[in-house]
Every structure is written in C-alpha cells, then in structure tokens.
Design a protein around this ligand. Sequence first.
Ligand code: ATP
Ligand code: MG
Length: 391
Amino acid sequence: MDLELNPFKPGSGLRPPALEGRDKQLAAFDLLVARSKRRNYDRGMILSGLRGVGKTTLLNTLAGHADRHEWLTIGIEARPNVSGTAAVRAKFSQELTVGLRRYSRKHKLQQVVDPLIDLARGFSLKVGLGPATVKVGAAQPAAASGDIDLDIEELVEAIAGALKPRGGAFGLFIDEMQDLDTDLLSALLAVQHRASQREWPFFLIGAGLPNLPATLAENRSYAERQFLYNTIGPLDREAAADALRIPVRRHGGDFTEEALALLVTASGGYPYFLQEYGKAIWTLAPDTPFQLEDAELAVEVGRSHLDEGFFPSRWDRSTERERRYLVAIAATGEDTPRSGKVAELMGSTSSGVSDVRDSAIRKGLIWAPEHGRIAFTVPGMADFIRRQPTA
Ligand SMILES: Nc1ncnc2c1ncn2[C@@H]1O[C@H](COP(=O)(O)OP(=O)(O)OP(=O)(O)O)[C@@H](O)[C@H]1O
Ligand SMILES: [Mg+2]
C-alpha cells in the first residue's frame, strides 16, 4: 500500500485515525460541558489505566472539546522527582499565562481577562518560578503570597469568577497525574473541593496510571467523592476491529474477516498494539483486501517493533535491582502474583524488597492492583522479559 497514506500511528498521545471504544467517557464529558454551560456544575474526571491504552489521546480529545465550548483549557504533564516538580510548576504558570492570553484574544475579552494575566504572572513568581527570579515590590501582588494553597485558590476564584457569567469554565487537564508533587496536588484537590461547594466553574481532569485513584485518596480523604472515575481499558473486539477497519476503508481498502480477527486477537484490544499492527499490515500488504497471511506477517513485524521500542523504553529505564524484581514477577507466570511470592523467588522477603518494589511503582513499571499483589503496567511485558537473554 502507499506508504505515504499509512493512517496508523503508534506513539505517545498521537491522535489515532479512528478513536474507538471511548463513547462512554466522551458522553460523560459532553454532559459535564453542557451542564457547565447552564451553570450546573459536576465533578471533575479521572482517567486511569495501563500504559498505552490511550489515556493521553483521550485527555487531549476532551480538552479539545472543552476548548470549542468556551472553556479556558490548560494542559500540563506531571513528572516524578524533585527536578520534575520544579519543571512542572514552571510549565503550569507559563501555560496559565499563555492560555489566558489566547482566551482573551479568541473571545475578545481583554477587559475581563487581561487583569487575570497579571494575577497569573504574580502567581508564577512565587509558585512557579521561585521567588529568586524576580524582585517583588513593596506591595504584595495578588495570588503571590508564596502559600501555594492560598495562591491557587485566589487564582482559581478569580478566573472562574470571570468565566462564570458567560457560561464558560476553567479546565485544568493533567496527564501522568500520579507524578504530581504532593503539595501542588493537595492544593489543587482542595481548590476543586472548594470550587464545587461555591459553584465556581473549575474542573480538574486527570489521567494517569492505575494507582492514580489511590494516590488521590491518600492525599485528600474527600478525593473519592470529588471525581467521576473512569478506568480506561483495552477495546472490546468490535471497537478494536473498527479501530483497524475504519481508517483502511476510508482509503478504499479493506480486510478479510479472518485477517481482521487475527489482528484483533493478537492485539488483545490494546490501542498501542492495534496501531502497531495496523501500521505493519498497511506497509507490507501488496494489495487490498488484506489477507490472513498479511495479518500473520504483520503480527510478527509489529511484535518486533514493540520489542525494539515500546518494551525496551520501560526495561532500559530500570536499575539492575529493579530488573531482577521484574524478572521475578515474570517468572511467576501469573498476571497478579503475590508480592511475597515474587520476593521469595528473589531469595528475600516482602519487606526485604519493598524499596525496589516502591521505586518500580514510582517509575510506572508495575502497580499494585490490590493489597499484597503486584502486576505490570504494560500488557505483554512479562512475555517480553521472558524473551530477554538476561532473563
Ligand atoms: N480509542 C483508541 N482507538 C484506537 N487507537 C487509540 C485509541 N486511543 C489511543 N490510541 C492509540 O494508542 C496509542 C497510545 O495512546 P496514548 O499515548 O494516548 O496512551 P497512554 O495510555 O497515554 O499511554 P502511556 O501510559 O504510555 O502514556 C497511540 O498510538 C494512539 O494513537
Ligand atoms: Mg500517556
């Protein structure tokens, strides 16, 4: 097939040629936006799931929708550890200023919104960039007390207050939310809480790994009631088939039933894998409709691509000891082995390996689906590890 026209896009957050299987979340968000227009405010939304299931893509799609409905949308991606914290705060402040300016121009609201830009700048002096960068004069600017809780609240109140009369809202879209620093996270949860009590149109929309809901609940006890929680999982067979078939048909091509069924099964419905196999079959099939043999070859080629990129990017990020831990998980042959069993395979006890378990969780390599159990965050990771020469 014509390589230039290949519609499939394996990658991070790349908009797929057909976004399938997310009708429930799209409808829920649609409703949230429609209700906010009538000043009827719902809870924020959390999307959580394994790596490569399409959280970023969905989060970006929701932000795009909100943007088209007069929301001020700000997007940030959280990062782990201390250097990440500083970078994320700086980015948050910058996006806020840029976002407000764009909003003010787009909606011709300079008078109402421009004072907020100054407020956001004051905020960024203290919370975002640190006090060292700019000398603040004798008069303390608003939202720049240096107390992150107060400053964020003041900022959100002002922005939400300006948007409310026109039926607009302020949406903060946070990707990899489990990595947000504790202080910023707790300030944001507190202000979301306040916002819903006082009917300010402010919404946190977050995406992250399966441990995200627990991370939020640990931070603020009321977080459990604050959001509409959505688990983002693999696509069912029909949606997976559509994710492959629709883009191909759009270009006048097609699959035979057997070819399509084989790819759907091999992908397990995982969006990233669907894109990889779709890309492979488009590249290698001499003709359409794609045949069973094309599909068999595409799975082979697609898997080798995953083995070269998707899996190693996780594997290479881990330390020697983390790898030994991951190898032990894979060696159990179970999807969700008991941590005790994994430790045993390493010749240790649960408490003896708890540090490496925790660091692997923080890196998003594994997660705890329930107390005392452990699992990979990437589908197919165990097989990949078992194929490694070192394993
Ligand atoms: N609903 C969908 N239908 C088809 N393809 C999708 C869908 N959602 C996402 N994809 C594709 O899957 C791949 C992974 O998507 P995305 O980066 O959004 O996943 P993610 O869950 O954010 O992963 P990570 O946890 O690694 O950040 C991308 O190539 C994207 O185009
Ligand atoms: Mg992502």
